[in-house]
Design a protein around this ligand. Structure first.
Ligand code: MLT
Length: 209
């Protein structure tokens, strides 16, 4: 591999199963979302990297200047690096990137959103828990038929309903099939997020585009 991340990889149990690209939140690591993956799609493959940026010792996937204010240059470069890692992992482990569903929480959801906007070639769909608008690309990608679930909290002090609406509109304007699931919750993940994601996943065919 020319692009390295500390990571966990589990191959999919069957050729049809998706590969979940697990992207943790600030202060998390590559193990955080493994139990969630097992609950979302038993038998799914898992590719779970650890973010390389350290903020006061807490791993993240890109730098921020303040809460919710992102270093766009760093985010862009790290999105490209993560995309290269996913593409190389797909070659090495012999899975199709069409089968990759990014599953991100908070900071991980934000880099998953950036992947959709800058490098949609490495993901077939995405589940974004507590996501913000990561950036607005100069040119919108064409991501028709890419299913995206945004699962955000109605009383999240970090992500407003307006920002959630902007993210959904941005992805829709690029052609994505966006579903927004509102949770009676704040920034933390809840059981109802998992239920929404399972129900949404059950409606996805995971077929190649
Ligand atoms: C976080 O705590 O990770 C933020 O709310 C989201 C981000 O900085 O990407």
């Amino acid at each position: 591999m020319t692009v390295e991340f500390v990571h966990v990889f589990h191959p999919p149990a069957t050729p049809d199963a998706p590969v979940l690209l697990l992207l943790h939140g600030t202060g998390g690591n590559e193990h955080d979302l493994l139990p969630l993956a097992e609950r979302l799609v038993p038998g799914a493959g898992v590719l779970s990297p650890r973010g390389k940026v350290l903020e006061r010792g807490m791993p993240r996937f890109f730098r921020r200047l303040a809460e919710g204010v992102f270093d766009i240059e760093d985010l862009t470069q790290r999105t490209q690096e993560l995309a290269a890692f996913v593409a190389e992992s797909a070659t090495v482990h012999k899975f199709s990137t069409d089968k990759v569903i990014a599953v991100g929480f908070s900071n991980g959801a934000n880099i998953a959103g950036a992947l959709l906007l800058l490098r949609p070639d490495v993901v077939g769909g995405a589940i974004l828990f507590r996501a913000m608008v990561p950036l607005t690309p100069e040119t919108l990608p064409q991501i028709e038929q890419t299913p995206v679930l945004i699962s955000n909290g109605r009383v999240d002090p970090l992500v407003s309903a307006e920002e959630t609406g902007h993210l959904a509109a941005l992805l829709r304007s690029a052609g994505a099939e966006v579903t927004v699931a509102w949770q009676a919750a704040g920034h933390e993940l809840t059981e109802s997020d998992i239920t929404s994601a399972r129900e949404w996943l059950a409606r996805q065919p995971f077929r190649a585009r």
